[in-house]
Design a binder for this molecule. Sequence first.
Ligand code: GLA
Length: 396
Amino acid sequence: MTYVAPGDPHELARSVRAGFADHYGREASVVGRAPGRVNLMGEHTDYNHGLVLPVALPHATYAAARLRDDPADGLVRVASAQQAEPWEGQLAAVGPGTVDGWAAYAAGMVWALHERGHEIPGVDLYVDSTVPLGAGLSSSAALECSVGVAVAVALGLPLTPELRRDLVSAGMAAETEIVGAPTGGMDQTIAMLGEAGAALVIDFDLPEDRGRSTQVRLGLARHSLLVTDTRVSHALVDGGYGQRRADCEEAAAVLGLSSLRDADLDAVARIADDRVRRRARHVVTEIARVRECVDALAAGDLDSLGRLFADSHLSMRDDFEISCPELDVAVAVAVEAGAVAARMTGGGFGGSSVAVVPDERVDAVARAIDAAFALEGFTPPGHLRAEPSPGAGLEG
Ligand code: GLA
């Protein structure tokens, strides 16, 4: 059993600078870093104007950047240590649906900054990442936000709290408008605003790109967060995520509400359509679980935490229908092997689980999941230790 290493930030910054220099034959002027995330509670609640409770991972994406010398050139070039195909194109030509694949997140972020009134003469970018791709750990927001930080700082903007907020909404615009993934704002918010040693409770009651966030210190003495990547691929641009969002909108409309945030469970129980009723029930109960989870974490109340994680997983499996056999096995086996709490995390349809495990049981739990996956004939999973880490910044 092995853990995916987050890597040393200084080393990674050095290596992304070297990759930039190799690729473009000149030096980068800045390196931005932005983390992946694991969500502890509140799935598919962000776009319903509810609450979420993510932590930033130590695993991050590093983006080396240098503005183009000729202010009139307008060229954007992106390359990645993880991707065979670099991309280049004119900034003026970037728009919804014009860039395919991974490069859309990076080019989309440059586009979003330009849309927000920043004069960009063109830019070269080279990225490297230790966030597992397609694992439901928000590698996309890490890419967007690392590029956003690098380009903004290359433009001479100081990384103030206001700029961090702007980069959250720029990242959301890149993802929803250029990539075409109808996601909420959790991933960009935690990537930009995460704090070492803490989770963030983010309230999306306000317009989505202005989610209010408050730190929650994790009262989890002698316990660790173990993340298991099932290696079942997940892509938010596929239909399932958008369908869930449409179901939620339908439920809100049936109830005569603008969102499910304040929906009442008795009213939800009267929704005639079975599928729509179950989707709404997940969202309403999940928002309540975020509030309870905040209290349980603050109090170090592991029994409540275990119950909340278990209820959340069942709600996602049965009502929201976004789990899969690999996630169900990872969660059940984690608890059998000594985790105090476990649930699937992220958008679903594959991706990762998260478990709260006594420090001395972490290796045993990971090994038990490996053994169960082998027995079931599943692809071997990957594991990460999720030490709550700081949000985006400059590196090296
Ligand atoms: C993805 C989206 C988020 C959120 C989660 C589910 O990560 O990007 O906005 O909706 O799924 O909680």
